[in-house]
Design a protein around this ligand. Structure first.
Ligand SMILES: [Zn+2]
Length: 373
């Protein structure tokens, strides 16, 4: 079995909450007795800053996750030469299977080239007014690129597209079932842009398509894959699963969706805190991992963590060093049982047992997942 994340976009100084997904992939891989791999998206970053290499973004990402006790060997990225070879192989296979089609479609683009998407998609983005979108404005006519501030121009272009199969998504926990069904339906009825004519550069592959077939590059012999995702990236996760199914129908993917963490704190705007600031405020990797473990309330989309709770976790986690932790092998848990074993309630019971010196031998299993070293 393989446990992985969706490719995480590498950022100079992202919110510390972006660490939750790699943390959970790490814990889940130990719990399942599986190989774990955190995937970083470094190719996407290169389109924002051409000066830096994909490798330098990858090293930045490895150093960021090292603060939650994740080893550099646990990470992979899509800017490597290996991935480039893999991607070219995927294109050849899609072409052989006659899954690539030419389509003339209207493309909206800006002068700096960061915006270059089908006009239909640009219209949808403007309508949704997503804060992360690169387009600003209330209509296509008044829309501008947020980076170069040029208005959007349109062209009819020859593009290469593919379609993805309708898949059945196995989501854990079950509260996302309905949403995943809707997404799977929608994805199966739309075309996905594979390549476009890049202004002056000939044909080029779409940045969002390029990372999409990454599962088949990570899974060597594993036929069972668990993808860890936040509830905000379900759309991308289902696309990945549909393309993986199209490329290799013997691979079975499951989706493990963790709740979002909201921190209720009057004094500091903790939820907006950067990784760097968070590491200064919470110096111990063990406390950081305990904080995330105490936030795994799987029954809701969002967990609220109070600052008193953070304080209590900090004090308690420091007492752990006085315990001799047995490092016996953990019997693997299934992904379905995982959410019943590793969650907010169990973590809080464990913290209480540590405070009252009432740690039982069976608590060692959970403690090992949070404190693996
Ligand atoms: Zn622009």
């Amino acid at each position: 079995m393989l446990v992985t994340t969706l490719p995480v976009t590498v950022n100079e100084n992202p919110s510390f909450l972006t660490l939750v997904t790699p943390f959970l992939a790490h814990v889940a891989s130990i719990a399942f007795g599986a190989r774990g791999m955190v995937m970083a998206n470094t190719i996407g970053m290169k389109t924002v800053d051409h000066e830096k290499s994909a490798d330098s973004y990858f090293r930045l990402y490895q150093s960021q996750v090292s603060g939650i006790a994740i080893d550099p060997e646990f990470c992979a990225h899509d800017g490597s030469l290996d991935y480039e070879r893999h991607f070219n192989n995927v294109l050849a296979r899609l072409a052989d299977a006659r899954m690539l089609k030419e389509l003339k479609q209207e493309i909206s683009w800006c002068e700096c080239g960061r915006v270059e998407i089908p006009t239909e998609a640009a219209r949808a983005l403007i309508h949704q007014q997503r804060p992360k979108s690169l387009i600003e404005g209330n209509s296509l006519e008044s829309a501008r690129c947020k980076i170069c501030h040029s208005g959007l121009r349109t062209d009819m272009e020859q593009t290469l597209v593919t379609t993805l199969p309708r898949i059945t998504v196995h989501g854990i926990p079950g509260i996302y079932a309905k949403e995943l069904e809707t997404i799977a339906d929608r994805i199966a009825t739309r075309t996905v842009t594979v390549s476009r004519r890049h202004r002056g550069h000939g044909m080029c592959y779409d940045a969002d398509f390029r990372w999409l077939p990454y599962i088949t590059s990570l899974s060597h012999t594993e036929k069972e894959v668990v993808i860890v995702s936040s509830p905000t990236t379900l759309n991308q996760a289902v696309k990945v699963m549909a393309l993986t199914f199209a490329l290799d129908s013997t691979i079975q993917c499951a989706l493990l969706v963790h709740p979002l963490i909201r921190i209720r704190d009057q004094r500091t705007a903790l939820s907006e805190m950067s990784i760097e600031k968070f590491y200064q405020l919470v110096p111990s990797p063990l406390v950081r991992r305990f904080l995330f473990a105490a936030s795994m309330q799987w029954t809701s989309h969002e967990t609220l963590l109070g600052s008193e709770e953070i304080h209590l976790i900090s004090q308690t986690a420091e007492m752990i060093s006085s315990y001799g932790i047995n490092d016996s092998q953990i019997a693997p848990i299934s992904p379905e049982d995982f959410v019943h074993f590793f969650n907010r309630g169990a973590t809080n019971r464990l913290l209480k047992a540590i405070r009252t010196s009432g740690l039982q031998p069976e608590d060692g299993r959970l403690l090992q997942l949070i404190n693996p070293h």
